[in-house]
Write a protein that binds this ligand. Structure first.
Ligand code: ADP
Ligand code: MG
Length: 322
């Protein structure tokens, strides 16, 4: 009898550990796909989906009943906010300052205008109320000037991926790949993941290179994600807060690799706005993340991930940022 138990135990352990759960959702206005391995994978997957759905009720810019919509409707007066809202708002305001306003969570008005799919009249853009410096907030309330609209579209998915990572840890999930739109969290118990970096000049399934990652967040922003064309000009969804128009960047795509999903998401947008020169200057000062910057003909890769990145498309030249 003793022998049987000994044989059975490792077998049960193997069966338990090898459970792979996959799921797909449409949440936060994007397709999300999850792959988790481990004994408690099913439970963790459900909790992650529930958590993201709950965050959507806080940060959705399109749902009238979200906390964000309520705060925006009450602009001009102090409005009570939840702890979750206060946390992401504080992080966003600090990041706006750190990036010299390249990332700015107060562009809601401009974002709505550009989403309509036509070029807004200059006087309408000029009349918008924006500017992160005008927002005052503490842990319990926020006050924004009348008419200002907050928007967390450049950071909410990253924040959600941080929460998802915490759930993976609580459930001892050894291996997982979570993709929340362009926001990826790769947890590689044992062997690393190989992730394709999208070719901005190609179709959605074309990549220009491969990056090998383990236990990190990887967030991409690009002008191919959401855009419309008018008179041969491409108007994409990443705005320069100074002009409230699509950023005139030499970059087509940015990929940030770091240990925080929130930071990776913020920086993917901010580095795009800054352009290659500004982004490299910013990285030289902080150096707490890695990045890939893609122009029409060059792929810049910071030294920390240079050895794990393989350029596969010969149309681009590779430059390592030291
Ligand atoms: P995606 O949402 O496609 O993953 P990003 O993370 O770059 O891409 O976020 C872009 C979204 O963030 C836009 O759709 C808009 O809602 C908002 N946004 C655009 N420009 C800025 C900016 N400079 N700062 C903050 N938010 C922005
Ligand atoms: Mg972003």
């Amino acid at each position: 009898m003793k022998r049987l138990i000994c044989l059975l135990l490792p077998l049960l352990f193997l069966v338990g550990c090898s459970q792979t759960v996959t799921a797909q959702y449409y949440m936060m206005d994007t397709v999300m796909s999850f792959e988790l391995r481990g004994e408690h994978a099913k439970e963790a997957e459900r909790l992650i989906a529930d958590e993201i759905a709950a965050l959507e009720t806080v940060f959705s810019p399109t749902r009238d009943d979200s906390e964000l919509s309520r705060v925006n409707q009450l602009s001009g007066s102090a409005t009570p906010i939840s702890e979750t809202f206060a946390n992401l708002l504080q992080t966003s305001l600090s990041a706006a300052k750190e990036t010299d306003g390249a990332f700015d969570p107060t562009l809601g008005g401009a974002i709505k205008l550009w989403r309509q799919g036509s070029v807004p009249p200059p006087e309408t853009l000029d009349a918008l109320v924006t500017g992160y410096e005008t927002v005052t907030a503490d842990q319990n309330s926020v006050t924004v000037p009348s008419g200002l609209t907050l928007d967390f579209g450049a950071v909410a998915k990253g924040y959600a991926s941080d929460r998802a990572k915490a759930i993976l840890e609580e459930h001892n999930i050894p291996r997982a790949l979570l993709s929340l739109g362009g926001n990826v969290y790769a947890k590689g118990g044992g062997s690393p993941w190989i992730v394709g970096v999208r070719d901005p000049n190609g179709e959605a399934s074309d990549w220009l290179g491969l990056l090998t990652v383990q236990d990190c967040f990887l967030v991409a922003s690009g002008d191919y994600e959401r855009f419309f064309e008018s008179d041969g000009v491409r108007y994409h969804h990443i705005l320069d807060p100074k002009t409230r128009k699509p950023a005139q960047s030499d970059l087509r795509e940015t990929v940030i690799v770091c240990d925080s999903g929130t930071r990776a998401d913020i920086l993917s947008t901010a580095m795009f706005v800054k352009g290659s020169e500004g982004a490299i200057e910013f990285w030289e000062k902080s150096q707490d993340f890695d990045m890939i910057l893609v122009t029409n003909d060059t792929v810049f890769v910071t030294k920390g991930i240079a050895v794990t990145f393989e350029l596969t498309n010969p149309a681009y030249r590779l430059e390592v940022i030291e």
